[in-house]
Structure formats: C-alpha cells, structure tokens
Ligand binder design. Structure first.
Ligand SMILES: C[S@@+](CC[C@H](N)C(=O)[O-])C[C@H]1O[C@@H](n2cnc3c(N)ncnc32)[C@H](O)[C@@H]1O
Ligand SMILES: O=C(O)C(=O)C[C@]1(C(=O)O)C=C[C@@H](O)C=C1
Length: 236
C-alpha cells in the first residue's frame, strides 16, 4: 500500500502504529535513500560471517523484510529472531514470514527487556535512532555483551553532520530525494514535525564512539548516502 500518512495534518508525534505499519514497506523504500542496496549489503556482509545454526537477532525488525531476505540469501540454516514493540508491525511480519515460508521467532517486547543469548549476528537498521540517548548507550553495551566472540553488529542510522553548513545542505539534499519519491512539501514538513524529538540522530563519529566505548574492537561505515549510514562492528 502507498504511504499517504502525512498527507493530512498531524495530531500526534510519529508512532509505529497500525496506520504506519500498513504502508511501512513503501514508506521505508521511499524515505530511506538506497534502502534496498543498504539491505543487500548488510545481508552480504552478514552471510560471510555466518555458520550453520547461528543465532541472528533483528532489533526493530518491523515487517521482518531483512530477516526474510537474509534467510533467502544465506546458504546456512539460521535461528532467526525478530524483536519489535509494535504489534501492528509484528502482525504484518508474521503474515509475510508465513507467505515466504520462513521460520522466524517474533518477540513483541521492548528492546531493553529482552535477553539476547549467544548471538552471532545482531542487526538493527534504523532503530537505535528511536532509542533515547542514555538508553541507547546501555542497549549497545547489552548488544556487545550478548554477542559471541567474533560476533558482529550491523546497524544503519540517519546521521547528522557536526558542521552546520553541511548539515543544512544534507537536509536539503534529503528533502529533494523525498520529492523525487513523490512526497509533497506538505508531507515532508508534516513528517519532519512528527519526528521531532522522536528520531534523534547522532553524527557518524558519535555512533562509532558509542560502539567502541561499548567494547567492540572495530567499527566501519560500509555504506553512506549523505545523511544515512550503515555500520559494521566486530567483537573480538
Ligand atoms: C525504522 S523501523 C526499522 C526498520 C527495519 N529494521 C527494516 O529495515 O525494515 C524501527 C522499528 O523499531 C521499533 N522500535 C522502536 N523502538 C523500539 C523499542 N524500544 N523496542 C522495540 N522495538 C522498537 C519500531 O516499532 C519500528 O518497527
Ligand atoms: O527522517 C525521515 O524523514 C524519514 O522518513 C526517515 C525514517 C527513518 O530513517 O526511519 C523515519 C521514519 C520511518 O521509519 C521511515 C524513515
């Protein structure tokens, strides 16, 4: 279904509710530049590390598209676990996983309340940005502690620039991208307002510092388009 959520005047902050969940795949494809390419790269990098029966968690799995694609592309059998606290997203995830015949354990919970056990790979695309900064550092530490040695964490985030001129240019460039995807200026400004204080982006450097502070031995950007970046972190 086509995303028309912000065609009308907003009455509340952005939420992953039923209305958003019903159009989410279209929203993500049209709102995150190179979303499919970022997903393809995350999966290819992940598959190089994964072995038979490895445990994979997707934090903020939404409609489970990444886990479904991962299971299609990796040659190994994997134990796939998707976590999200939006029931509407998980209902869609369950339907999609069933339609594609992919076995995914879907957990409806807050990311802070789940114990991640013996994970080889933890994925989290465009989710940490929705976690309050103090909680975010704690969650990343928990992610580090839950990974096996040689485990990896792949995550994507909207990022800001510490240079105000470049930051403004990046935002302008991003809004031009949204226009090419068919969003009107009204929809763009409504969503911007709804996301205020809900989506809190860090700079690329702040993200890497948070990862290294948690204990990871290495963190690298594997993909970046203006203000959207994908990182891979390795636990030694
Ligand atoms: C932008 S979406 C993630 C997109 C998804 N990773 C993908 O690539 O298709 C963020 C997701 O994180 C979930 N989320 C946000 N905060 C959460 C929390 N504290 N606990 C669990 N899920 C959360 C939302 O419900 C939403 O589905
Ligand atoms: O920042 C924006 O305006 C966006 O639309 C980006 C973004 C994201 O990065 O997650 C925000 C909310 C939706 O989950 C889809 C895309």
């Amino acid at each position: 279904m086509v995303d028309k959520v912000f065609k009308k005047s907003i009455t509340k902050q952005f939420e992953f509710d039923e209305e958003v969940a019903s159009v989410f795949d279209d929203m993500l494809n049209r709102s995150v530049p190179f979303y499919k390419e970022m997903q393809r790269l995350s999966i290819n990098f992940a598959c190089n590390f994964l072995e038979e029966n490895d445990k994979v968690y997707d934090l903020g799995c939404s409609t489970a598209s990444t886990l479904i694609e991962l299971s299609k592309h990796c040659k190994n059998n994997l134990k796939l676990i998707g976590i999200d606290n939006s029931s509407a997203m998980l209902d869609n995830a369950a339907k999609k996983a069933g339609a594609f015949g992919v076995d995914i354990e879907l957990i409806n919970a807050d990311l802070h309340d789940v114990t991640y056990e013996n994970a080889k790979l933890i994925l989290s695309n465009y989710t940490l940005q929705f976690i309050r900064p103090l909680q975010r550092e704690k969650l990343v530490k928990k992610i580090y502690d839950s990974l096996q040695n040689n485990g990896i964490f792949i995550f994507s985030e909207k990022v800001i620039s510490s240079n105000s001129t470049l930051n403004k240019q990046s935002i302008d460039e991003y809004y031009e991208f949204k226009k090419t995807q068919g969003y009107s200026e009204f929809e763009i400004s409504q969503k911007r307002e709804a996301l205020e204080n809900v989506l809190i982006p860090y700079t690329e450097e702040e993200n890497k510092k948070m990862i290294l502070d948690a204990g990871f031995s290495h963190c690298e950007t594997i993909f970046k388009w203006v203000n959207f970046a994908t990182f891979i972190a390795i636990k030694k």
